[in-house]
Design a protein around this ligand. Sequence first.
Ligand code: ARG
Length: 496
Amino acid sequence: MMGPRGHATAQDAVIAYTESTAIDARMLLHDIWGSEAHALMLGKQGILSDDDLRHILQPLQTARADAGSGALTLDRALEDVHMNVESYIIRAVGREYGGKLHTARSRNDQVITDARLYIRELLLDIETATVTMIEAFLRVAEDHAETVLPGYTHTQHAQPITLGFWATAHASLLLEDLRRLRAAYDTTNRNPLGACALAGTSFDTDRELTTRLLAFDATQDHALAVVSGRDFILESAFALATVMTNLSRFSEEVILWTTHEFGMMTLDDAYALGSSIMPQKKNPDIAELARGRTAKIQARLAEAFSMMKALPLGYHRDLQEDKPLLWEGFDIVADSLNLLTQVIQTSTFRTKRMLDLTYGNFCTATELANYLVAEDDVPFRASHEVTGALVAHLVERGETFRDIDACVHFLATKGYAISVDTLTELFDPVASVRRNQSQGGTSPQSVRKMASALADAAASHRGSVAIRSNAIRSARDETARCVRLVLEGKAVLDVV
Ligand code: ARG
């Protein structure tokens, strides 16, 4: 008899409910590397003989090759990646050798070792994609240092800004995300291996050795804290949520700016989708899906915290749920970063429309108010009032600040004599942004300064990713070198 989900036996149903091979498959190579480092450590400490060690390292090499060729796939009946790798070795060399690999470790420290090795690579990839997006925004800033558009508060025209100012704002926000991603990396890149099930071990292990072979920055000390802790999951989920929230806000702008009403941006055809019925449609589906999927990324952060909140110290199977939420999060954020970067690189900014909008709705009003304060010693509240009255007067007559004579005339009736030239200059949005030279302001000069600082920060971040990637690569090479020498007959004490 089959059960409702088609399970022949109770045992099948239990396995189907509890196994994690599909999620674990991404950590197969990390499990193999971790096992090599652990075995070398056991050998060096005399816990395994050189003969035992060779018998374990040999099938680990074929396991890696088989993983690469696809010949090693994970058997669900074996529950997880750890049992799959171990039983591969036992099948190859028998229990008398293969059964010794799991000495002085537990799946509880093993699973977080694998996860940390894998997540640090994912974080490096996300950091790289974030730097690339920052560079795309900086490119816009370079091309549009003097392009003006309305800056918004409350989604209403506020003051003119430059497109470069807007682009460097996104770059600045993403740079903050990089800082958080880096913090998550530092939390993640520490070695839990050797904590064992929860209490350490009576074997004389050398935890610093696996830290070195696996390129971790430090060894995590307290065994119980280590197997209980998932701060690296929470911090990674948090960093992902902040990046994704920024991407979502950018997406929202893309969606607004490409409407007929805003008309400030046009998507490249390759990055817009059509409608099955309305022939004229050019839809911003990428931005919409990024915005929509942000809900998932934010929910995953809440999921991670909820999973943790009632767990007494120690390992609990609940913790298996930490990986799916993060894998999905990394996939979504990586894809979103990459595609939205391409959207920035390929879209057209409609600068004429931006300029027209800037003239159309009084967003240089603050300039006049400021001028009256600076030149006529009028209290700001009074200048605010007369400028507001001017706007109301123009609105009533269907005019804008472009109707300079009407403006000059109205101000004169209020007792403010301002020349046509002065007023034209004040209401010119390009001249207006040039005046905002305060640190961090929208003037082309301030923006160029910020863009150059951002470019330096992005470049140094790229450098740091390269340094960390190289450290990981050389540790992998070093482990491989040790394995090779031991397999060639050298004593482990002479190679590690
Ligand atoms: N699949 C498990 C996880 O992801 C591996 C650790 C299992 N440990 C245990 N004691 N059953 O957390």
